[in-house]
Design a protein. Structure first.
Length: 463
């Protein structure tokens, strides 16, 4: 009673490790199981009328049931595992058996040529328009250079952004100087307005007149006069504007307090007057250097450069798009080659695993069959010995060997495995032919690309 209670406690509070199929088969083959069978035989011999029937008793049926359940578990475990592996092998064999000729139709040199021509045709309208604009600007530039006797490349102008920033700094600096220039006598808003307007006019108009001054370099003597007129106008404007601001300052100061118009005041006025002249003159020079000294040459050359860049960029993009087409085809062929090799490896690996599992299944079943015979033999031998000693007849079924029936599913799986093995062997030659076709197609495509691609693209691009 105490032992049963302890056993129950263990079953409730102690989680036993789940036995594997190998553990169960090992137990069935163990001495402990044999001893248990012998013990069951001794217990059966204590009953009246034991071993008197023509069919196996309950103990032997229990042994057979135990073995059959293990056999079913083995079958379920290995069949599920092997079925998936055989299905994988068949799927990959079907890939190996498929003919690649149809896939290669769109991966040939002729297909690449047709796709490249179609790709370039889509960009033809834009390319022709850009090319025409490029040639027109080039022709205009050549005509201009010929008409004006220019044999040199244009001088690179100063950076537009840098020039604008410098002139902006000049305007701020002169505005501050003008504020100081006008601080006596004038109200702050009036001084600020005059200072800013004067600075903007001094710098901007001087710079603009500097751009007109480039006409002094023109080959036509009549048009050169525009340049001389610009420098005279700039001189007069800068002198007049800064003189006006200086006299305005003196006038405002006198109206406010005549005593402040003294020698230091006049020296300061002269200094700020010279600052205005200097900044105006520098802005004039800066405007002159914003572009090539010859009037119109710089802007015409920049127009040609922009048209050239636009056409080259579009042509380069079209060429790159066309160049990628055979490369993509080559990648598809290589991918197909890799796919065939992978399918072959996967099919072979699946069959290797299947063969291993089939051998394990058969081996386990053989061990199970031997264990079944051993346990039944242990049970019958004890009973047979005591029945003979008592002069009783041994049951006739004792002479029938205890043996598991043939596993039809195992045999069918072995047959299916054999057939799949034959198929992969039969498609080996087909696989080899497919790989040869793919490699030949790849070689042909690469040879065509090396020999014809650049000429084909050039023939369909405007030059």
């Amino acid at each position: 009673m105490i032992k049963k209670f302890i056993s129950w406690l263990k079953s409730v509070f102690v989680s036993e490790k789940e036995q594997t199929l190998e553990d169960k088969i090992s137990y069935l083959s163990s001495t402990r199981r044999m001893e248990h069978a012998s013990k069951s035989a001794y217990q059966e011999l204590q009953r009246q009328g034991c071993f008197s029937g023509a069919a196996p008793d309950g103990n032997e049926i229990e042994i057979r049931t135990e073995c059959m359940q293990l056999d079913l578990s083995l079958t379920d475990f290995y069949y599920k595992k092997i079925s998936k592996q055989i299905t994988d092998a068949k799927t990959n064999i079907n890939k190996l058996s498929a003919d690649v000729s149809i896939k290669l139709v769109g991966l040939s040199p002729s297909a690449a040529e047709a796709e490249i021509i179609a790709s370039l045709a889509q960009k033809k309208l834009v390319l022709n328009s850009l090319y025409k604009h490029f040639k027109d600007t080039e022709q205009n530039l050549q005509i201009f250079k010929g008409a004006n006797g220019i044999n040199r490349d244009p001088e690179m102008p100063d950076s537009d952004k840098a020039s604008i920033i410098i002139m902006g700094v000049f305007i701020v600096f002169e505005a501050i100087a003008n504020m100081l220039f006008l601080r006596q006598g004038a109200s702050t808003p009036t001084a600020l307005l005059i200072a800013v307007v004067a600075a903007v006019l001094n710098i901007s108009i001087s710079a603009y007149l500097g751009t007109i001054y480039r006409w002094i370099n023109h080959h036509d003597s009549l048009k050169k006069s525009k340049g001389y007129m610009a420098v005279v106008a700039a001189f007069l404007f800068v002198v007049f504007l800064n003189s006006f601001v200086a006299f305005a300052r003196i006038k405002i100061a006198e109206e406010g307090d005549a005593s402040i118009v003294n020698t230091p005041f006049l020296v300061e006025s002269l200094f700020l007057y010279l600052v205005g002249l200097t900044l105006g003159s520098y802005a004039f020079i800066k405007g002159y250097k914003l572009d090539d000294p010859y009037p119109g040459y710089g802007s015409l050359h920049r127009t040609w450069l922009a048209a050239t860049e636009d056409f080259n960029s579009e042509a380069s993009e079209a060429r790159q798009t066309a160049t990628v087409i055979p490369e993509n085809m080559d990648r598809k062929i290589q991918s197909e080659i890799d796919s065939i090799k992978y399918a072959n490896d996967q099919a072979t690996e699946a069959l290797d695993r299947t063969n291993k599992d089939l051998n394990e299944w058969s081996s386990h079943r053989e061990v199970l069959d031997n264990a079944f015979q051993g346990v039944v033999s242990a049970y019958r031998s004890v009973a047979e010995s005591h029945l003979i000693n008592k002069g009783r007849k041994v049951p006739s079924y004792f002479s029938t060997p205890a043996k598991l029936e043939n596993n039809k599913l195992l045999e069918a799986t072995k047959l299916e495995f054999s057939e799949v093995g034959k198929k992969i062997f039969e498609c080996a030659n087909h696989r080899k032919q497919n790989l040869e076709k793919l490699n030949n197609a790849r070689t042909s495509l690469m040879d065509w690309r090396a020999k014809n691609l650049n000429n084909l693209i050039s023939a369909h691009l405007p030059e």
